[in-house]
Design a protein around this ligand. Sequence first.
Ligand SMILES: [Zn+2]
Length: 521
Amino acid sequence: MTATYITTTLPYVNARPHIGHALELVQADVLARYHRGRGDAVRFQTGTDDNSLKNVLAAGAAGVGVREFVDRNADAFQALGGTLSLTVDDFIRTSRDPRHRPGVEAFWRACSADLYPQRYTGLYCTGCEQFYTQAELRDGRCPEHETEPELVNEENWFFRLSRYAAPLREAISTGRLRIEPAGRRNEVLALIDGGLADFSVSRPAMRAGGWGIPVPGDPDQVVYVWFDALCNYVTALGYGQDGEAHGEAYRRWWAGPGNRVHLLGKGVLRFHAVYWPAMLLASGQPLPTGIFVHDYLTAGGRKISKSGAGAPALDPGALGPGALEPAALAAEYGTDAVRWWLLREVPRVGDADFTVERLVARADDELANGLGNLVNRVVAMIHRYRDGRVPSGPGGPVAPGGERLAASCRQAGDAAGDALEKFDFRQATAAVWSIVDEANRFVNGSRPWELAGTGPGGDPRLLDAVLAQLLDACAVLCRELAPFLPDATARVAAQITPGGDGRLPVPRPVFRRLAPNRDES
Ligand SMILES: [Zn+2]
């Protein structure tokens, strides 16, 4: 049984979650469900990055204590598990989880041969929690936040990243550490070829407001939030527990032969594809096997930013209260509709623009009119023509168009699997969706209402075959869509499974229509 460990990045909790956070969580959940369905042992982990200076500043701006502020927002992130129907196995909070701090301390000590103190002057963006060189700035401003970085002069601990250029290049170019999409892999290779400068891995405790994990043996410094946060991928597995043995979960999920897959947004590529693997090499640990990088969502054409980061970004309130909050969207339009938009419309490469109108249109077109209508029609016909009893078949005659539907049912699983191996969620959903299109075509082409008649077109055996094949297509859809639409497929399964009396339940809509009825307006 292959062990597959899937993680998301840990969002800062300087504000409540928005739809952009939901993207990565839903993508990770689909992979976790898909791998479980294939029989893999899966561990899906997410959490929150509590120890950020940004959180300290945001709490100050809100006039709330850091602990209370961080806890409140972290709770909102944790609640997304229910809101989005996520199958999270482990949720780590870096400021509260008892596994984390001893793990970070052990990690730090394991890197000690590559750590050295140095006085440093640099331009620091608190929004990014990173130093920038002049060349990396755009008109003197942070390229992510468009704010002017702060000039900082302080003594920090540095990590000897420069030593790891060759082994990193080797791991990435051979695919031992696979980075997808290819454009992102090339970006990382270019970064490595451009020369890797050592980076600072601590901050004066004073500047961090005392928030964070003290550097082992140097309590005037706290561990740089990125060093701290990246460690979560192994501290939650018990790295640093039981001394060198590192806990059973670590041995199974990290040190074993399985998959170790990180999902992340393009803005934190350097941390995950350069710093993190170098930290792992320095501490003598295996590398991740895969890194999947998604692009960003915009909302109504504008960048989504959390408050406090200082960027001239969209005010979430401008779209109406809670319009960008996953919990509010799911409450209003349903979890299926939110998941479906994220999976079906966001491309593998390139940003995607979110609007409520697009979410509603996609859900009504495909979920209500496509899948929902198909299931409803099939169940209704089985009730009308066969008293709710599932006709026997297949094996009987095949109606015109039946071959194409059968082929699409046979191929959809493999095609979706291939797409998911490439982290292409849009292609994966399209592959399964071909069944819905074929099945609806098959209904129209085979004309069951004529087969059911007593006239010259009547053919009860062919009608049985058509109904059996359609019901089978619904069952295949149920199975193949389960990783993407777990709630909806559970409802479809209930509709197409005979009860104790051997009859299907009375047909009832699987999806409600979200847009106001045009006829009424
Ligand atoms: Zn920034």
